[in-house]
Design a protein around this ligand. Structure first.
Ligand code: ADP
Ligand code: MG
Length: 261
């Protein structure tokens, strides 16, 4: 499970449209290190989700990746290599990520099948569930998605990410659909996993509060391009690009603070 960095280079996603192709993601390059949270921020529609989906080859119909590569520690990786093995995904609405007619136990079996778990795999599963705050695995494993709250499902999705032993996580708006208390618990959990397991987390969010709370570095997107990348302190205190300045100012005005001079 050890890997040092994941690099995305020159990613371009276009619409498939006979009238003419439109770039939705254009020239996106990023490096995500083990043991860091890299926040990918930007307005709604700026291309954050498309960037993640393009790396993992799970783009929506009508769009396609036309350029770009992903490598881990300098070795080129196909989307199949990445998915589940090198990169686990945590999505915005956990309810849609689970198969409604399958129990948690069946979801775990599928993750173990991909990860190739050994004899003590189920002990690891129970530990991963406890690590995410699902304290009673025996009670939860037989449950179906409709029997669980959004917060429990989000924890389960993170547990599945741990079971996969992937060194990197793509978390696309992982707390947007949760209430504030659960949001906070999930963010604390991601922070803990970064430190404890040295995971590299690409955290997609439009919430600068989440960025301030969790990110080490920040990449700012607008209209399919990265317009600024920097450490979290630089982004908040000395933003260069107008888009970054607007995001920071909007965040600060929400808390009735003046932006840094
Ligand atoms: N299936 C699709 N076909 C064509 N364009 C799409 C499709 N899905 C999303 N888009 C467009 O792609 C752009 C980037 O979307 P997305 O990556 O979802 O934004 P974000 O995650 O930053 O909110 C947006 O302009 C959006 O309208
Ligand atoms: Mg999105």
């Amino acid at each position: 499970m050890s890997a040092n960095h994941l690099t995305i280079e020159g990613l371009r996603v276009e619409t498939i449209d006979p009238q003419g192709r439109t770039a939705l993601v254009d020239g996106v390059s990023l490096t995500l290190h083990a043991g860091e949270v890299l926040a990918l921020v930007g307005a709604s529609g700026s291309g954050k989700s498309m960037t993640c989906a393009a790396c993992l080859d799970v783009l929506p119909p009508g769009t396609r990746r036309v350029k770009g590569s992903v490598s881990i520690d300098g070795r080129p990786c196909t989307a199949t290599d990445l998915r589940g093995r090198q990169v686990a995904s945590i999505l915005q609405s956990p309810r849609t990520a689970f198969n409604p007619v399958r129990s948690m136990r069946e979801h775990v079996r599928e993750s173990l099948r991909v990860a190739g778990g050994g004899a003590d795999a189920w002990a690891d599963v129970r530990q991963a569930m406890r690590d995410t705050g699902l304290d009673d695995p025996e009670r939860i494993l037989p449950l179906f998605p409709f029997e669980m709250s959004g917060g429990m499902l989000q924890r389960m999705m993170i547990a599945l990410a741990l079971i996969s032993r992937a060194p990197f996580i793509f978390a696309d708006e992982p707390t947007t659909d949760l209430d504030l208390i659960v949001q906070r618990e999930i963010l604390d959990l991601l922070d803990h996993l970064k430190g404890e397991r040295g995971l590299g987390i690409l955290l997609v969010t439009h919430d600068m509060g989440v960025v301030a709370r969790l990110a080490d570095r920040v990449a700012v997107m607008e209209a399919g391009r990265i317009v600024e990348t920097g450490g979290v302190m630089q982004i908040f205190h000395a933003p260069h690009h107008i888009v970054t300045r607007r995001l920071v100012e909007a965040h600060l005005s929400l808390y009735r603070q003046e932006p840094a001079a």
